[in-house]
Design a protein around this ligand. Structure first.
Ligand code: NDP
Ligand code: 2IT
Length: 448
């Protein structure tokens, strides 16, 4: 697929020239501009009024030094980032990623996608993302705390409950959010809903932990049903074993599927009897161990080092829930050959463009990340609502909102795809539906 509209083709070239050596950002922008070509053909005002040019440039980028001391007294210096991409429809909203691979291009790709994802939720949240090249793996709690305190000592100047509300992402879970929130509260002398994914004792929302994985399955369930299929009796492969993967496994299993494989960055386990999720939770959420340890207590399970092989395991439904570009064209071909009928993206941009083309070309059902994993940020917005009200909803109430949001989101994306001549293409539908609300708000503001 290429960008059909001539102006957008030129814009893509300018994005590459102005943002050199940021391939993930280019990839994310290219996909959106490809989808939006028929929209700007029909509505040239989006080009004329500068909406397209503004959208590919973050409103603000904050880049800072994060010095911290390890347990032995050695000083380390990491880089911190917050890209405040778009506040067109609400305060910047999006996670923080702590992973050694983080650099500005990764944060920009994630922040750019977040604009459209957040719009798709139907809730009033703009797009942003942040993080650091800090690696929490192998660090003590005290080291993670000192790092988070140093990170927030700079970040607190730029965020606030009505300005920018960060949350978790890879390497940032409940522990990190606790340290970050504690430091923000101390620096500002304010108890506000400045972060989401908080602990339940200090303003967190029930069901936020489960929301991305559950939402992914709610979205996929809608897509499957429309095609006369379901999770019931299906074999499922899930990459990753972090927050998104664990709760996708839980909901898929509740829906009657058998999840047979999960992974981490070291390798994958294949358990043909069905993954023992209680064991995965204990290993990953409590003990912070490698997934290879699963095979120590489950002799029937196979452990294979390396990540890519997971997609060669026969399955009906694949849920990539680890990281960007983890499922390439070869993996897509293996899934197609094994009669897989649906792929739903839990991670952000986990399928390469070649893989997406192969999967859609072979007629598989395909749920793109910015629609399928929007349940996490949607529930973060529900956490913001509860904090503003100084009130809380039950697990069932939040989960019911999440279910409705994901169902509406599926139908809106499907309708937008059909309206612009791409019936069944949820990549196009999600990009278009997400764009329109943001773009119309930008038009209303004039040139700002
Ligand atoms: P976690 O840190 O909880 O888990 C990440 C998982 O992915 C781990 O199993 C990790 O393995 C694996 N992983 C990370 N990086 C790599 C890599 N480079 N190669 C192979 N495996 C890797 O993160 P989340 O579950 O929160 O996030 C997973 C994905 O979902 C990300 O793409 C994130 O952006 C996206 N997402 C998250 C949301 C959320 O609410 N948390 C919401 C929407 C999207 P290991 O432990 O070995 O590093
Ligand atoms: O990619 C994402 O949507 C997230 N990491 C969740 C962001 C949020 O603000 O909850």
């Amino acid at each position: 697929m290429s960008i059909q509209n001539e102006y957008l083709r030129g814009l893509m070239e300018r994005v590459i020239a102005r943002n050199p050596a940021e391939p993930e950002f280019h990839q994310a922008v290219r996909e959106v501009l490809t989808s939006l070509s028929p929209v700007v053909d029909a509505h040239p005002e989006y080009i004329k009024e500068g909406v397209m040019d503004c959208l590919v440039e973050p409103e603000r980028t904050i880049k800072f030094r994060v010095p911290w001391e390890d347990d032995k007294g050695n000083i380390h210096v990491n880089r911190g980032f917050r890209v405040q991409f778009s506040s067109a429809i609400g305060p910047y909203k999006g996670g923080l990623r702590f992973h050694p691979s983080v650099y500005e291009g990764i944060i920009k790709f994630l922040g750019f996608e977040q604009i459209f994802k957040n719009s798709l939720t139907g809730l009033p949240i703009g797009g942003g993302k942040g993080g650091s090249d800090f690696d929490p793996k192998g660090k003590s709690d005290a080291e993670v705390m000192r790092f988070c305190q140093s990170f927030m000592t700079e970040l607190f100047k730029y965020i606030g409950p009505d300005t920018d509300v960060p949350a978790g992402d890879i390497g940032v879970g409940g522990r990190e959010i606790g340290y970050l929130f504690g430091q923000y509260k101390r620096l500002r002398n304010e108890f506000t809903g400045v972060l989401t994914g908080k602990g339940l004792t200090y303003g967190g929302s029930l069901a936020r932990t489960e929301a991305t994985g559950y939402g992914l399955c709610y979205f996929a369930d809608n897509m499957l049903k429309e095609a006369g299929k379901s999770f019931e009796g299906a074999t499922v492969v899930i990459s990753g074993s972090g927050n998104v993967a664990i709760y996708a496994c839980e909901k898929a299993t509740q829906f009657g599927a058998k999840v047979v494989a999960m992974s981490d960055s070291g390798g994958y386990i294949y358990d043909k009897n069905g993954i023992d999720l209680a064991c995965i939770k204990q290993l990953k959420e409590v003990e912070r161990k490698r997934i290879s340890a699963y095979a120590d207590t489950h002799p029937q399970a196979e452990y294979h080092p390396g990540c890519a092989g997971i997609w060669t395991i026969p399955c009906h439904i694949a849920l990539p829930c680890a990281t960007q570009n983890e499922l390439n064209e070869d993996a897509a071909k293996a899934l197609i050959q094994n009669d897989c009928f649906a792929v739903a993206e839990g991670a952000n941009m986990p399928c390469t463009p070649e893989a997406v083309d192969a999967l859609q070309g072979a007629g598989l059902l395909f749920a793109p990340a910015k629609a399928a994993n929007a349940g996490g940020v949607a529930t973060s917005a529900l956490e913001m609502s509860q904090n503003s009200m100084r009130f809380y909803w039950s697990f069932e109430e939040v989960d019911a909102h999440l279910h409705r949001i994901m169902t509406d989101l599926y139908h809106n994306a499907a309708a937008a795809a059909a309206q612009y001549g791409k019936p069944g293409d949820l990549v196009a539908g999600a990009n278009i539906a997400g764009f329109l609300k943001v773009a119309d708000s930008m038009l209303a503001y004039g040139v700002v």
